[in-house]
Design a protein around this ligand. Structure first.
Ligand code: TYM
Length: 354
């Protein structure tokens, strides 16, 4: 049980086009969590250079993620929206975490293994240390709840390990500084400076799969554009991609049990449920027994209804970048005040002179 104030933090990388997986796995949840919570949503541009150093139009990419946040319904006045590089304390805390985390922990990260591929020796040191920066992103605000897609689960477990090791390594200093809080982790009482972050992964579409292959994650890097619905796709593109989505010859089952072993059907039902704010059970109660020739057009209508207003608003926001830039600048200033407070406390706990 955490005694920390509830704070929601999450981030999206400005690399490539946003797609339905990013929207349903993350951004839609960001929007819902605004009610009754203090939220910080970040365009994580420092992460963008870990796998690829030089980006075409990085500024444009950063703005388009911010535009997607705003167009989806995030309120940058009530909450904070900013880009990571505007708050240098993220990188500063990441350095401390690089000294807390162990190389073995980083080597075990499946995303590092996937992204580095066979040529690990030639991957950037930043790619290896990526989860340490991600932990710093959250913990520089002592964030407690992190809405993400399923693919980020392992990184968040690592963030907990880093927080725990920092808390234990500096236990005495945290006590004498008077900056900690008593929490219980498992059965263990710990005097903690950093909270144990809780991933918020639930929902009907925690892992949106490729429309061409239900066993592969929908991703920005898939060479086939037919595999994903981009947030900037127009109605025709959405309709074409859903009509062409791979399915099996059977109709839809009446219960979720019947989706087992049918990854494509499961994926489309999950997408429908997430877009409609329903459970898969509710969707199957409506469409059970129907063929895809009935379900797909209904999914097209729903996807177009939900996504078109967002796409339209994103386009409008991108026409006048000064508005987005002003939001990010103000968000960065507000974030920096909070981040510097935590960083000063970390400096005191570690014993740096300031
Ligand atoms: P990124 O930019 O790859 O993705 C942004 C968010 O979208 C989710 N997502 C998906 N969800 C469901 N189905 C999919 N196919 C799918 N593809 C992507 C991701 O899980 C993510 O929530 N490391 C993070 C960014 C990050 C971060 C953080 C997140 C950096 N610091 C701190 C949370 C807290 C990433 O690369 O996400």
């Amino acid at each position: 049980m955490s005694e920390f104030n509830k704070l929601v933090f999450s981030g999206v990388q400005p690399t490539g086009n946003l797609h339905l997986g990013n929207y349903l796995g993350a951004i839609r949840k960001f929007v819902a969590l605004q009610e009754g919570n203090d939220c910080i949503y970040c365009v994580v541009d420092l992460h963008a250079i870990t796998a690829q150093l030089v980006h075409e139009d990085l500024r444009g990419q950063i703005r388009s993620i911010a535009a997607a946040f705003i167009a989806s319904g995030i309120d940058p006045e009530k909450h904070i929206v900013f880009n990571q590089s505007a708050v240098p304390q993220h990188a500063e805390l990441a350095w401390v975490f690089n000294c807390v985390a162990r190389i073995g922990w980083m080597n075990r990260m499946t995303q590092f293994k996937d992204k580095a591929g066979k040529d690990r020796e030639n991957a950037s040191l930043g790619l290896l240390a990526y989860p340490s920066l991600m932990a710093a992103d959250i913990l520089i605000y002592r964030g407690t709840h992190v809405p993400v897609g399923d693919d980020q689960k392992q990184h968040l477990e690592l963030a907990r390990d880093i927080a725990m090791k920092f808390n234990l390594d500096y236990q005495d200093n945290i006590r004498t500084s008077g900056l900690g809080t008593d929490i219980v982790v498992g059965e263990e009482p710990v005097h903690a400076f950093f909270p144990m972050v809780e991933p918020l992964i639930d929902g009907p579409a925690p892992r949106v799969m490729s429309l061409r292959d239900g066993t592969k994650k929908m991703s920005k890097s898939d060479p086939s554009d037919l595999s994903r619905i981009n947030l900037m796709d127009d109605e025709d593109a959405i309709s074409k991609k859903i009509r062409k989505a791979k399915t099996d010859p059977d109709g839809l089952p009446s219960e979720t049990e019947g989706l087992k072993g049918r990854p494509e059907a499961d994926n489309l039902v999950g997408i429908y449920a997430a877009l409609a704010d329903k459970s898969k059970t509710e969707v199957l109660a409506e469409f059970g027994g129907q063929q895809f020739s009935v379900f797909k057009p209904a999914l097209v209508d729903l996807a177009v209804n939900v996504l078109s207003p967002i796409t339209g608003e994103m386009r409008r926001l991108m026409e006048d970048t000064s508005h987005i830039d002003a939001i990010l600048k103000k968000g960065g200033e507000r974030a920096r005040v909070r981040a510097e407070k935590t960083m000063n406390e970390v400096r005191d706990i570690i014993g740096f002179l300031r």
